[in-house]
Design a protein around this ligand. Sequence first.
Ligand SMILES: [Zn+2]
Length: 151
Amino acid sequence: MSKPFEIPGKWEIEYKYAAGPYISKFLEGLKEKKIFGIKCNSCKRVYVPPRMFCERCYVELNDWVEVKETGTLETFIVVYRKFYGLPDPPYALGLIKLDGASESFLHYLGEVDLSRPEKIPEILKQGQKVIAIWNEERKGSILDIKYFKPL
Ligand SMILES: [Zn+2]
């Protein structure tokens, strides 16, 4: 049996989708440098970004809260390879639990010297405090927060 043909291909698809009312409110808040979460009154968890239902209690969520722009770095990764649609490497991504939130979310880490990989463990640490650095021009995007920088 001969080897099957392989046909190389590449997809680049531009698309839009409706953010929905909860993420829309979250993104509107970012324009005003406000980070909204939503609280479950059953288990008391605060979700950031907000979601319509508690994933643990399966109840609808309606109790909006504002969380702080400071948080804790739960974990991180430094990227040294180019990925389509992402910045030129190196860059760092962190899972950040904002003060007042119960869940962490992914965002860029900035103002960090990534030029010497062996030094990264001295620069970025789990449990480290971070703060949001905002874009001057905000348009309702998760990138209205440029990145989080270590404190
Ligand atoms: Zn809950």
